[in-house]
Design a protein around this ligand. Structure first.
Ligand code: CAA
Length: 299
């Protein structure tokens, strides 16, 4: 049905480089686009490191690694990077004004048939599509972090997304060895509508001193077989990202049950954003895998 071979990925941060890595590993030609060559080089270094990890585990060969890297070309010019692709996956910073600007630009510089996907974790697909002249071609393709490992792609249909574009996106995700799951465009979609209230409740439990950081995470890890406890996962996702998604749920539904915990608001305001800032509920030291509770929460 689809004949997609060339894909542009916008943004070479954590999600963008993971998405580029995955498409390239499965034989697609990838244009990786970012605003500076420095950001692109950092993205490529991360991809090479993650490929080395797969080679060391024996899930890829050294020659698979080389062909994956050879499938990726970097661009700092949006127009040049998207010129010959059939699909764009936007994975820029989660900022609505930035995404709207990118989609306006994409509308002007892609062919009428190019599918425009966004990896947004919470911004309305329908809103993003509304700034283009081809809302039927706009769709959500929400990958999970770490992208090369996680099996899910949440495929989000905007109000005007066509059946054909939804079907192509589902089929394409299967070619990446993922399990695509189709959902409609309402605040938080499904993944974050369910995940974020759980994380918020874990933070409320800490805030109300029901239990400590390690106890809360241990209950959920061992009791519910989650690979990470909710507080560790919040640090991994980024506390600023969690707060912003909770605000989208709160504003979008107007329901106080989604109000972010005041402790989360304070931590983000103070710059404690989790792994990316070096400290959140836990403290992170480069090169160490040890999970050390932040001094703020030591008993
Ligand atoms: N690239 C390639 N491979 C990677 C990788 C990466 N970036 N990160 C980890 N891996 C591989 C490892 O090589 C390893 O492979 P094998 O199974 O073949 O041994 C495997 O993944 C597990 O890695 P580790 O042994 O290093 O560590 P782990 O067992 O602790 O697992 C984890 C790490 C996969 C991150 C696991 O802790 C986990 O699943 N955590 C939860 C992740 C999660 O919930 N993600 C979703 C977040 S929400 C989101 O992304 C969307 C949103 O909108 C907020």
């Amino acid at each position: 049905m689809s004949d997609i071979k060339n894909v542009a990925v916008i943004g070479s941060g954590t999600m963008g480089n993971g998405i580029a890595h995955t498409f390239a590993q499965f034989g697609f030609k990838v244009s990786l686009i970012d605003i500076s060559q420095e950001a692109l080089n950092k993205g490529l270094t991360t991809i090479a490191k993650n490929l080395d990890r797969q080679v060391a585990k024996g899930s890829l060969t050294e020659s698979d690694k080389e062909s994956t890297l050879n499938n990726i070309t970097t661009y700092t010019d949006l127009k040049e990077g998207v010129a010959k692709v059939e699909l764009v996956v936007e994975a820029a910073t989660e900022n609505i004004d930035l995404k709207l600007k990118i989609f306006k630009d994409l509308d002007a510089c892609t062919s009428p048939t190019t599918i425009l996907a966004t990896n947004t974790s919470s911004i309305s697909i329908t809103k993003i599509a509304s700034v283009t002249s081809k809302a039927d071609k706009v769709i959500g393709m929400h990958f999970m972090n770490p992208v090369p490992v996680m099996k899910l792609v949440e495929v989000i249909r905007g109000y005007a997304t066509s059946d054909e574009v939804a079907a192509i996106t589902m089929e394409l995700s299967k070619k990446l060895n993922k399990v695509p799951t189709e959902v409609n465009d309402y605040p938080g979609f499904i993944a974050n509508r369910i995940l974020m209230p759980m994380i918020n409740e874990a933070i409320y439990s800490l805030y109300e001193s029901v239990a400590g950081v390690e106890e809360i995470d241990t209950v959920m890890k061992l009791g519910m077989a989650h690979p990470m406890g909710p507080l560790q996962l919040a640090d991994f996702i980024g506390l600023d990202v969690c707060l912003s998604i909770l605000n989208v749920l709160h504003d979008g539904f107007g329901n106080p049950k989604y109000a972010p915990c005041p402790l989360l608001v304070n931590m983000v305001t103070a710059g404690y954003k989790g792994v990316k800032s070096g400290e959140g509920f836990y403290k992170y030291t480069a090169g160490s895998k040890d999970l050390v509770v932040s001094d703020k929460f030591k008993k």
